[in-house]
Design a protein around this ligand. Structure first.
Ligand code: DAH
Length: 340
């Protein structure tokens, strides 16, 4: 016969088992450990079975109390096991998500196979600024007639202004007309106005050609952006405001100065300088469109007025990047280009 046991002792054992089980389950680190705990606590040879076995030594009327208490404990342990398993599984998932997360903001080591040429980037930046001021892009041909390049811009034959721009002439076209490589983008003003009635606000980027000897600041091919605004009531203050706004957006907030100048197609005309690193640098020509140009196009110059400007892209690019020699922009030396 085994020793007798009291109801109190068994109840105490169940009580202790409950506390112990709760602590062990809470501390289990993975599902395998939980399974082991389940076997140890609730299995056939487990702790709870031990208590229930001892129940047989109680007086008959006391057994149901212990049995009930043991059942409650069994359910408690089962639900603790279930909860802990769920916890472990979801924290494993969280860990995995954290481990496998891609940080899309991390700096990358992607090296692009190529990028825009600094001159092209400069043109785009200039056009962007004017686009923000409401200008559309217009373009014209590089092979021009004498009419568009000169005459329509108020530069008649034998006008001394023709000598300001030494011109490349081509063999005459099929119609026998004189053909040349445009010396500036100003002919796009004429072509655009022929096809589009005012009001007009355009920027015209493109290549231009002059018979200049190559040196650090001259190239027979270079790039300009032409600006034209024609509307009712435009005056010099609009020209000044537009040009100053543009220059300050491009170069930053630096002093801008207008100097009186001469161009056949504008009256009055000005050249514009910016104060850059302690020096005044000339960056563009501009002026109010000469009424003679408008009348030549059949546009009423009493009603419509406007301004025009022409800027040298190489100049803007060189000043911006501190490039000392224009030839660097054309020689396609990767050691130079890769710096941009
Ligand atoms: N076409 C001139 C040149 O190439 C630049 C220029 C000056 C353009 C004044 C303009 C202007 O539209 O108004 O030298």
């Amino acid at each position: 016969m085994s020793a007798t046991i009291t109801l109190q002792q068994l109840t105490d054992q169940l009580q202790a088992l409950e506390a112990e089980a709760a602590a062990a389950i809470g501390a289990a680190a993975d599902p395998a450990e939980l399974e082991q705990l389940r076997v140890d606590l609730l299995g056939k040879k487990g702790r709870l079975s031990g208590v229930l076995g001892a129940m047989g030594r109680l007086p008959g009327e006391e057994r149901p109390q212990v049995g009930q208490r043991a059942n409650v404990l069994k359910e408690q342990v089962q639900s603790l096991l279930g909860e802990r398993l769920h916890q472990l599984q979801s924290s494993a998932l969280d860990d995995r998500i954290a481990r496998e997360t891609l940080d899309v903001t991390a700096p990358c080591r992607y090296v692009p196979p190529g990028h825009r040429h600094p001159l092209q980037a400069t043109v785009e930046e200039i056009l962007d600024i004017f686009a923000g001021l409401g200008y559309r892009v217009s373009e014209g041909p590089e092979v021009e007639s004498d009419h568009y390049n000169f005459t329509a811009l108020n530069i008649p034959p034998h006008h001394p202004a023709r000598d300001m721009q030494d011109t490349f002439y081509l063999a005459p076209g099929a119609d026998g007309g004189e053909r040349l490589l445009r010396t500036h983008t100003s002919p796009v003003q004429i072509r655009h106005l022929e096809a589009n009635p005012p009001p007009v606000r355009i920027v015209a980027p493109g290549r231009v050609y002059r018979r200049d000897a190559v040196d650090a600041t001259h190239s027979p091919v270079f790039h300009q952006v032409e600006v034209l605004a024609l509307d009712e009531g435009l005056d010099f203050s609009h020209l000044r405001g537009t040009v100053t706004t543009f220059l300050q957006r491009f170069f930053g907030d630096l002093p801008v100065r207008f100097r009186a100048s001469y161009f056949p197609f504008t009256e009055p005309s000005a050249e514009v300088d910016v104060r850059w690193r302690g020096r005044w640098l000339e960056v563009m020509g501009c002026g109010m469109v000469d009424p003679a140009v408008l009348e030549g196009l059949g546009i009423d110059s009493e009603r419509w007025s406007g301004f025009a400007a022409g800027l040298g892209v190489e100049r803007f690019c060189m000043v911006r990047h501190g490039i000392d020699d224009i030839r660097r922009l054309y020689t396609s030396d990767l050691r130079f280009l890769e710096q941009f």
